[in-house]
Design a protein around this ligand. Structure first.
Ligand SMILES: NC(=O)c1ccc[n+]([C@@H]2O[C@H](COP(=O)([O-])OP(=O)(O)OC[C@H]3O[C@@H](n4cnc5c(N)ncnc54)[C@H](OP(=O)(O)O)[C@@H]3O)[C@@H](O)[C@H]2O)c1
Length: 280
């Protein structure tokens, strides 16, 4: 497994398992146990996924040592103050049955994010979380955060797939030495990206699947990926990407299929951000 060095010196496995929308207990436990068997050590959850307790149980039941796991969670938007953020963190910690997190993220740049960041800094300084970062932050929100932040975010987790490559944001984050982490790397299974003809051709040339090509492309452009699946064969397929390499021409061909087409919520949509304050 490739490891990526964050700006705070910590290492993160460059590929992990996302668990968004896996709420069924058996499905989640099977997914995590299959993933561990296949070599996954990095798991991405969030308070709003309502499955931290199940993730905690599945990881506690395994024989993999805590120090060999990398666990990420995120503070949801309904927590807008310093104190609420600290309380939400401790709630996640309890549910995940651990005494520290590897990475804790502000889920969206919604109300109070500068205060929330102050809380994450304090959790980091207390050693309760090894790395801190943000999610769904674009340049304007990151620029604003950096005016008050004492610690630079280690990670920005944003929607990224071959039809929404985030090229400008990627360059901006790279210049700041903030890691780009891709959520929805496979287009969340709802777009046509898995049937893209350019990707299909490249996949055939390497005897790999389109999903594997997409994940490999991210690895080669220094992006961290967290594909989700509940199927044992796909979980195995998604990690089987470290035995081949895309050529420069193939990387360029993939760069050219970008449509700059967002598939999900827009972090610049203030109406949605305000509505999200009431979601739990
Ligand atoms: N920070 C945020 O705001 C945010 C937002 C969304 C997601 N995330 C995180 O990012 C993770 C990944 O994103 P996502 O779950 O939304 O989408 P995704 O990983 O892009 O796509 C998951 C979909 O692709 C399917 N799939 C998985 N592997 C496949 C393969 N090899 N071939 C064909 N289809 C495959 C899955 O189906 P099956 O499960 O049926 O196999 C599922 O429908 C999430 O789980 C979550 O941890 C973060």
């Amino acid at each position: 497994m490739e490891q990526y060095k964050l700006n705070d010196g910590k290492m993160i496995p460059q590929l992990g398992l996302g668990v968004y929308l896996i709420e069924d207990a058996n499905e989640l436990k099977d997914s995590i146990s299959n993933a561990l068997k296949d070599g996954y050590r990095h798991f991405d959850t969030a308070a709003i996924y309502h499955n931290e307790e199940l993730v905690g149980e599945a990881l506690a039941d395994s024989d993999v040592k805590r120090e060999d796991l990398f666990i990420t969670s995120k503070v949801w938007n309904n927590n807008t103050t310093y104190d609420e953020t600290i309380a939400a963190f401790h709630e996640s910690l309890k549910k995940l049955k651990t005494d520290y997190l590897d990475l804790y993220l502000i889920h969206w740049p919604s109300e109070g994010y500068q205060e929330k960041w102050r809380a994450l800094e304090s959790l980091y300084n207390d050693g309760l979380v090894k790395s801190i970062g943000v999610s769904n932050f674009e340049k304007p929100q990151m620029d604003k955060l950096l005016t008050t932040a004492k610690i630079k975010p280690a990670v920005d987790q944003v929607e990224t797939n071959p039809y929404f490559q985030q090229k400008e944001l990627h360059e901006y984050l790279t210049n700041l030495d903030i890691a780009h982490e891709a959520w929805g790397p496979l287009g969340q299974g709802k777009g046509a990206v898995l049937e893209d003809p350019t990707l299909l051709k490249i996949a055939q040339a390497h005897h790999k699947s389109v999903a594997q090509v997409i994940l490999r492309w991210n690895i080669q452009r220094d992006v961290i990926v967290i594909p989700k699946s509940i199927h044992a064969n796909r979980i195995a397929e998604n990690i089987d990407i470290f035995d081949f390499e895309l050529s420069n021409d193939e990387m360029l061909a993939i760069a050219n299929i970008d449509k700059n087409q967002r598939g999900s919520e827009n972090p610049n949509d203030n109406d949605w951000l305000n509505e999200s304050l009431n979601m739990k």
